[in-house]
Design a protein around this ligand. Sequence first.
Ligand code: WT7
Length: 663
Amino acid sequence: MSQARIESMMDEKRLFEPPMEGRNSARVTSMEEYEALYRRSMDDNEGFWAERANELVEWFTPFTKVLDADMETPSIKWFVGGQLNVAYNCLDKHIANGRRNKAAIIWQGEPDEDVKVYTYQMLYDEVCKFANVLKAQGVHKGDRVALYMPMIPELAIAMLACVRIGAVHSIVFAGFSAVSLQNRIQDCEAKVVVTSDAVIRAGRSIPLKKNVDEALRLCPSVHKVVVVNRANAAVEWQEGRDLWWHELMKAPDLKASCPCEPMDSEDPLFILYTSGSTGKPKGVVHTTGGYLTYAAHTTQWVFDVKDSDVYWCTADVGWITGHSYIVYGPLALGATSLMFEGVPSYPGPDRFWQVVEKFRVNIFYTAPTVIRALMREGAEWTQKHDLSSLRVLGSVGEPINPEAWMWYHENIGGGKLPIVDTWWQTETGGIMISALPYATPLKPGSATRPLPGVDARIVRPDGTDAEPNEGGHLVIRRPWPGMLRGVFGDPARYKSTYFERFPGCYEAGDGARVDSDGYFWIMGRLDDVINVSGHRMGTAEIESALVSHPAVAEAAVVGMPHAIKGEAIYAYVTLNADADETEELRAELRTWVRKEIGPIASPEVLQFADGLPKTRSGKIMRRILRKIAGGSTSTSDFGDTSTLADPGVISDLIEGKMDLTGR
Ligand code: WT7
């Protein structure tokens, strides 16, 4: 489709009506039905959620009170008095309900011949066995277990094993460095780490356990490391601490049954670290009853998952998307979830479509950055495969630009499939704003309407309601079951980050506007957080990594627009007087950040600067740095610069940028 046609569509503000085909058997089948559900969910919020919780979750002990919450304190309790177990709901329940031979997880390894299918019964056996292994290693209810693993089935097994015995998992994305892993383990004081020898990525084996060895030098809480053999890679071994997964799992007396720990609805389920605008990453805490209800509910309504579907979310389980939409949501529904170890571009840019064809995938959920990267490779790659099994497409991580939306719709969706653009966050536990695929008319680039039960609003800085089309802060005005319940070990930060600025509301940190049809248009972060390929990176974290290098005196990091990643990291670095601005040092600093945080944090552009634009009181004016990174060269672009201590710094920075990037 031509650019001109796309733009004319935008001008027309054309709506893409939901498909008729499949509508009759959908969960929510029209906008009238959505409106009625939404109204009901606001008028009788507790009744709405109680119904969902009772339909989707099997409770050992029913809850006695739906909600006990105060958003100002904040103190949030859902399904009070209820007892349940998440592993029970993801496994045992389905085995009892006639799904024991249904595929729970289809695992596609990176090599095409590496496929494993786990039926619900098989997954149950593995989970019970590993739960018994964890118990034998001294893991008890409430203990933390760090999972630092690639996209292999053992990751899902380890998650479910933890929750079966009431242990709290904290997954650290395998792309994070040893230092990042160390910080997270230290913060949550994990007792056990589960990892693998290596990660297979784009045909290569990348060592992983090595990072654990390095991290554990300063992690006294950890006494055991369980290692999956994924790649037959050489590893160093610490006798007494390190244990092979496959050896533990074949112990002759190991039972394939393990009772489920009855958990209180508000017992912690997992911790997942995410970057903020200041300080170290926050350990977002999710709890049992509310999270499970919310993950199952949103999976069911947003993706309209049917019992016979193959559902594929391409995220990594190391991020919240993988927690909620590869593991907990789909398995709670008894669905078939495809777990993919590979990358979109290897061995060729049609890998995703080849996998869709191979397993006749019905529901496909990915990120705009993936769409943009594949779009660049050309539509011919999509035409090599039969994509006719697809029914619903999804997008998450950042706003999907209309051009990518149209490409996805035309080339993957055959010009007819609905695209659910889902806005949410690590903290929200699940999807908050999204179309319902058979009900909501779509506007490319808009996440459309809040889901029933979600009281999303746009407010001005003073907390009053914004008018239609007026940009402001996105807030949620009442509790929802999937919301975070804390920042691990830091209640003050929990309150100040999310609940203080707009009393009675949850503050998302995003800017957005609502148009006259009630459609939400997300405009991006309002804080010093950069969204790189749908992953959140705190600028302060990258700056402190840079400053920890002996040659660096000062660093300022901002986001710059990037055609594929959405945003990329642009770093301005001032060196100490005895260091020279060489290409070697530039490369070394980028490697340094990779080592400190991980490859995703490595700056796209690193500019040496003799000085940074500061106010007379010493505050760095990031607004100016963002403009320069984005390509502004004219002094009129910079707004009011009268508070700058040294106005000359701007032209120096512009010149430096031109020398570096030629623009
Ligand atoms: C931030 C949350 C939630 C899973 C992935 C990221 C941005 C996410 C969308 C969307 C516009 C989006 C927001 C949000 N974001 N989805 N559909 N449209 N922006 O989770 O790392 O917690 O990041 O991602 O800025 O605050 P996360």
